[in-house]
Design a protein around this ligand. Structure first.
Ligand code: FEO
Length: 173
């Protein structure tokens, strides 16, 4: 059983993850329309991952006999001036998701729901990685400037970019 507070907070997180999935899907489509095949592939994949984050919460709540609410999602932004602006938005959004996970973990502790608290540790680690990856991408973009050939390489290589979080003891690959 979940307490009402934990249930509400989990439903809020379901909304956040689904919103993230839609947000990145719109970003992926923008990138595809603008000729960034690699960036769009990266974002389509990221969108799928966010949907998986949402599903994982839905399944967990059902397992605990909670009442899942699948929310309506507001229409995400669909236009960007450039790839740098897009990734800055993505980074800001990931920071907000991390904060929301933190608040959810806090609610679980207050409600003494250690099972949900334990389940959420996966999300805590995932956020550490996702924030680090977004930050790595922004740092790379800042170093690139306007040169077309560096953008070509960036778009080609982005799919292979991974980050091992500080918790695992290594840096960006
Ligand atoms: Fe599932 Fe990137 O938040």
């Amino acid at each position: 059983m979940l307490t009402k507070r934990v249930e509400d907070a989990l439903n809020e997180q379901i909304k956040m993850e689904g919103l993230s999935s839609n947000f990145y899907l719109a970003m992926a489509s923008w990138a595809e329309q603008n000729g960034y095949a690699g960036v769009s592939g990266f974002l389509y994949k990221h969108s799928d991952e966010e949907r998986f984050h949402m599903l994982k919460l839905v399944k967990y709540m059902n397992e605990r006999d909670g009442k899942v609410v699948i929310p309506a999602f507001e229409q995400p932004r669909s236009n960007y001036n450039n790839v740098k602006e897009l990734f800055e938005e993505l980074y800001k959004h990931e920071v907000a998701v991390t904060q929301s996970i933190g608040e959810l973990v806090g609610v679980c502790l207050e409600e003494k729901d250690f099972t949900t608290h334990n389940f959420l540790q996966w999300y805590v680690s995932e956020q550490l990685e996702e924030e680090a990856l977004a930050k790595t991408i922004i740092d790379k973009i800042k170093l690139m400037g306007e040169d077309k050939s560096t953008w070509y390489h960036f778009d080609r290589d982005i799919m292979s970019l991974t980050v091992t979080s500080a918790a695992d003891g290594a840096g960006a690959a």
